[in-house]
Design a protein around this ligand. Structure first.
Ligand code: PLP
Length: 401
């Protein structure tokens, strides 16, 4: 994992040797996110993509407040998926104009908080229209809305499909014209469309195709819109490599395609800003999960490194967060980088379930109790996506370095 430097056999996180960082944190396990890597990733994207493309952070990937504060200074907007996330985004200083709220099953109280905050609500159901209209009347404030469209195509080669076919997300494309009539009739402030086809995609041509089809669908739907399209959110889905053999996403074809969509938009949707929203691509590679080896056990010839961390804090690395076939996340012994005395070992946690596996039969430097195990690619869908209450261990610590 070459995004992190190494000095004297130790990984450097935010410039600090891992053992020093662990001492500073005061206990293990912990998640650490490297500020400079977050900034660098956004800067690289800005350089690669056309300048007019707006970049949003989908904070579901990592809602740690300090990290969201940092991201809010770098991106053009924050996408939230609950009222809880909305509060974090507002606290982080994001401008209400640039916050949008998506999610099926928004509670009435969440919609009220959204209207009061002045953020954009991505409408995902006919049910939300009269609710928003009533809230808007009650508060005397406009209800800013975009329509989240469930497209009539799928994002190919995606780790997680979130559009196309029957879905609980968004409103089916064929029903959107009727929804737009309702939005116009009830006087909601229509501002655009949101299309999100899927997540964790490493194939640039699949993303290009989805963005092109999303754009064309939005153009067709815009003919039914009660007002100008101000925002056209084409989703994201940019993946990061987790497993051996996976190739980094090639941004060049995506950038070329966005430039041509941008040019087309300036003619056909002249008031529209094109937005892409990314979660894991922005934060995933900047984070590590660190736990400490508690015990070394040899069972019938196989070595187990038993650690103080596990699936209760890092469900995704255990393979239980949407993986079909379990594969190992990249793992290292963070205080023995480059050591040539290696062995085959499995890294497990303290939970009483065989699912509590952080690395299965990996080749690692021979580790001892006290050593620090590092799980890379852990900046997204880590702490907040894990069942921390399972087995009653203490809550996880997170630091931004
Ligand atoms: C989850 C989600 C994202 C972020 O997905 P990543 O794979 O983390 O980039 C973006 N938009 C919506 C609507 C989502 O639900």
């Amino acid at each position: 994992m070459d995004q992190f430097d190494v000095a004297n056999g130790e990984l450097l996180i935010g410039g600090l040797p891992l053992t020093q960082l662990a001492a500073r944190v005061g206990r293990t396990p912990f998640y650490a996110y490297d500020r400079s890597l977050l900034s660098r990733r956004v800067a690289e994207l800005r350089t690669a993509l056309p300048p007019a493309i707006e970049l949003h952070y989908a904070m579901k990937a990592n809602p740690m407040p300090a990290l969201v504060c940092h991201m809010a200074t770098l991106v053009d907007g924050i996408d939230v998926a609950s009222a809880g996330e909305l509060h974090v985004a507002l606290d982080a200083g994001a401008a209400p104009r640039d916050i949008s709220f998506a999610g099926p099953g928004k509670q009435e109280s969440e919609l009220r908080q959204a209207v009061a905050a002045g953020i954009l609500v991505n409408v995902e159901s006919f049910r939300e229209v009269p609710l928003l209209a009533a809230i808007s009347d009650e508060l005397g404030l406009p209800a800013r809305v975009a329509v989240r469209v469930n497209p009539d195509f799928e994002l190919k080669s995606s780790g997680m499909k979130m559009g196309g076919g029957p879905k609980q997300f968004g409103v089916d494309a064929e029903q959107v014209p009727a929804l737009l009539v309702e939005i116009g009739r009830t006087g909601l402030a229509f501002e655009g469309f949101h299309l999100f086809a899927g997540s964790q995609n490493l194939k640039a041509d699949a993303i290009v195709e989805a963005q092109r089809k999303s754009f064309e669908l939005a153009l067709r739907l815009a003919e039914h819109a009660p007002a100008d399209v101000a925002f056209l959110n084409l989703g994201g889905g940019f993946g990061i490599p987790y497993f051996p053999g996976e190739q980094r996403l090639d941004l060049a074809p995506i950038a070329d395609n966005l430039a041509s969509l941008q040019a087309q938009a300036s003619r056909q949707l002249p008031h529209a800003a094109i937005v892409i929203e990314l979660g894991r691509y922005l934060v995933g590679e900047a984070g590590v999960y660190v736990c400490r080896v508690t015990d070394r056990k040899v069972s019938r010839g196989h070595t187990y490194l038993v650690t103080d961390g596990g699936l209760h804090q890092h469900l995704a690395a255990s393979g239980n967060f949407g993986q079909v076939i379990r594969k190992n996340y990249p793992v290292a012994i963070g205080n023995r980088i480059g050591v040539t005395d290696v062995e085959a070992a499995s890294v497990v946690g303290p939970l009483c379930t065989p699912l509590d596996l952080l690395g299965e039969r990996m080749t690692l430097p021979r580790a001892q109790p006290g050593d620090l195990v590092v799980v890379f690619q852990s900046g997204a869908y880590g702490a907040s996506a894990s069942p921390q209450g399972f087995l009653g261990h203490p809550p996880i610590v997170e630091v931004l370095v």
